[in-house]
Ligand binder design. Sequence first.
Ligand code: GUN
Ligand code: ZN
Length: 430
Amino acid sequence: MTLYRATVLDAVGEDLAGCTLRVDEDAGIVVRDGTIVARGGFADVAGHHPGEPVVTLDGGMLLPGMVDTHVHFPQVRVIGELGPPLLEWLDRHALPEESRFTSDAYADAVAREFVRGLLQSGTTTALAFGAHQAAAVDELFTVAADEGLRLVAGLVVSDRMLPAGLLCTPDEAYRRSLELATRWHGVGRMRYAVTPRFSLSASDPMLEACAALLRDIDGVHFASHINENDQEIRAVKEMFGAATYLETYAGHGLIGRRSVLAHNVHPEDGELDLLARSGASVAHCPTSNAVLGSGLFPLRRHVDAGVRVSLGSDVGAGTGFFLPKEGLQAYMIQRLLGAEGYPLGARHLLYLATAAGAQALDMADSIGDLGVGKRFDAVWISPAVNPVLASCLANADSPEDALARVFTLATPNDIESVWVDGVLVGGRGR
Ligand code: GUN
Ligand code: ZN
């Protein structure tokens, strides 16, 4: 057992609107076999656990590990290729890069950059788009298991509109996905996600193959894109003769409690109703939406409709792995929306980056906050090498104000330690 002494902040609650910030300025957290077995004031907890080794996390704050609900493994090396809108960016930047993953050596090198990039940014759990190549996805799972990341991922499947090397038939998609899921789903911290890229690149038979995978793999997840860009939405509706984008997935039974759809910048009211009723989640990717000029995310409409929203970095259209940056960008976008925006406080930002992601991945019983019974997935942010952050934390009016300073000023360099299941997996101190 280990007894951690720290200032602990986490965000709890059923939904974004009702979330609250829990603060223990001098907390004791006891971790046994990776699980939090006690939490309270340090003096009290230490009194009940005499003789346990104490690890003092002096300065800054201990937060739950962050949960990135939308990120692309084969796009690490296109981060920062700024410029065009979605469809052109895919053609010119993302897809040529993703075509390189036929090389096992290339896939292995990028998998290491990807997994280390996430862990060094305080992300302990990710829902990742894999590659279009099965061997590369296998490599991603292998590296994640090796490094300790909690990962939900899958083979990206498409049968049209992409370069030939990225396509497969619905039968191949079914077979290759099932093979990967059999190897990895439920193994250690790994889970499988059925992952058609988006309906623009997936025909009805391909989406039907995805539906068969959802039926045949117990507890599997579903990930895709929706309503990101006006031109994309028009093309999807035309191609399917559909009234809404969501219908192209929902018509195949692909939308449920373990479905996470990225973006949804331009939803219709009926789509929000259906997402809420089915318990599906939307991964909000604020820096990507800004970089690609996709639009301003209507968070208030999602919240009013009762749709679950979490955060995604959307690397490589997004600007990096660090989820607090996505939180800050989400805050700024809502400010820019004026009266239509949803006012976000620091507690909301923490909730979006942690507990909301755990819910989206149906893991809220084990991760998302630092309460008793949860796994010790945690991030220690320390201002030790950042004098401006140190000064702002010292001058903060309240713990929530201090948390706002972290979302505004912290960078991955300010992460001292990252744990998954109580094991040190990242940070300056690793
Ligand atoms: N839609 C389909 N593929 C992609 C992708 O790689 N990135 C983003 N942002 N949207 C997509
Ligand atoms: Zn994406």
